[in-house]
Design a protein around this ligand. Structure first.
Ligand SMILES: O=C(O)C(=O)C[C@H](CCCc1ccccc1)C(=O)O
Ligand SMILES: [Zn+2]
Length: 332
């Protein structure tokens, strides 16, 4: 395992290589897991990079080759995209938008088949990204490594911050340069980087108005309509107000990614394949309402209003005209 200083010097080099976009970014604090400031940030639902957690220390040998030799012959969901971007969509909502064309395809295959596709990849061919919840179909060695995660530390964090249950651990194995475009999730997330380097761009929930998410009933619910590589400032004028944060993760780093925080995740080009494991937790029960409401509470409220209106109208096509009648010239 690379020593801390080696990872640190690599992180500094990676920071000079990552792509810059039109908006300014500030770094996320990188603190030892036992630093009281780290605890304060997590309590306050602000992102922080934690070092020294040993959360996935037992998985630091999970190179793609090691996984291929030890994960067994179960099948895993592998997404394919004609470019390096993997915009997530919810299969269950496709019926609401008949004109929707999925931007990625996915199929189940063995890890070995996935790794062969990546090894034999040629410029111009589709990109592949393995994204699959870790389950009991993995081989005994991987089960052993998984069991040796620092479950004590992370369950203490869950309890201290009054979160709900762990819902899943997503195993993510990406090709060099793949990108998960900017979106938010409705769960608390400890994101563990295992192999290779990932750059996160993060935006706090108050940036909702600058990131123009798809409608809640759309398959791309929770994803931004904005393409950072080709920002459309005419259609999305408040993009100009966007201010971001940045986190670069190396092997062993854990990012606390608070619920409702927007994030774009990139496997840094030129640094090879990446392996990550996330830990998604149901967010805790909302204690009693305190005013002023937090930005993420307003996002939750906007989602509920969109859901109510869509269900009440019982026809997605009638939602835009009703919302426009309600807002344009009255609240604008
Ligand atoms: O851990 C997170 O929240 C991430 O966004 C990590 C991201 C892949 C997530 C794929 C995905 C996005 C939306 C819904 C379900 C699955 C990456 O590392 O590329
Ligand atoms: Zn996410």
């Amino acid at each position: 395992m690379a020593s801390a200083s080696v990872v640190d010097s690599q992180l500094n080099e990676v920071a000079t290589k990552v792509k810059q976009y039109h908006f300014p970014v500030e770094s996320i604090p990188r603190l030892s897991y036992d630093d009281p400031e780290a605890e304060r940030l997590i309590r306050n639902e602000e992102p922080v990079i934690l070092t020294g957690t040993n959360l996935v220390a037992s998985a630091l040998q999970w190179s793609p080759e090691y996984l291929s030799n030890n994960i067994g012959h179960g099948t895993y969901t592998v997404y394919s995209s004609k470019n390096h971007k993997f915009l997530y969509y919810d299969d269950k909502k496709i019926c609401k938008v008949p004109t929707f064309t999925p931007p990625t395809t996915h199929q189940d295959m063995t890890f070995q088949d996935f790794l062969n596709k990546v090894t034999e990849w040629k410029e111009g061919e589709p990109y592949n990204y393995l994204q699959q919840s870790l389950n009991d179909s993995v081989g005994p060695q991987i089960v052993q490594d998984f069991a040796a995660f620092n479950w004590k530390w992370i369950s203490d964090e869950r309890a201290k911050n009054n979160w709900g249950a762990l819902t899943s651990n997503l195993l993510l194995v990406g090709m060099d340069g793949v990108v998960t475009p900017v979106h938010y999730d409705e769960q608390q997330n400890f994101f563990a980087q295992v192999h290779g380097f990932k750059r996160f761009l993060l935006f706090d929930p108050s940036m909702f108005g600058c990131l123009y998410p798809y409608p809640v009933f759309h398959p791309h619910d929770r994803q931004s309509q904005v393409d950072f590589d080709n920002p459309d400032f005419d259609r999305f004028p408040r993009l100009r107000e966007l201010k971001g944060r940045q986190a670069i993760l190396g092997p062993g780093d854990v990012l606390y990614l608070p619920v409702y925080w927007w994030h774009q995740v990139e496997s840094v080009p030129g640094y090879g394949m990446t392996v990550s494991v996330n830990f998604w937790y149901k967010s805790g029960p909302t204690e009693k309402i305190v005013y002023p409401l937090k930005p993420h509470q307003k996002v939750a409220m906007m989602r509920n209003i969109e859901k109510m209106i869509t269900e009440a109208l019982n026809n997605p096509e009638e939602v835009p005209p009703l919302l426009q009648d309600m807002v344009l010239g009255r609240y604008t």
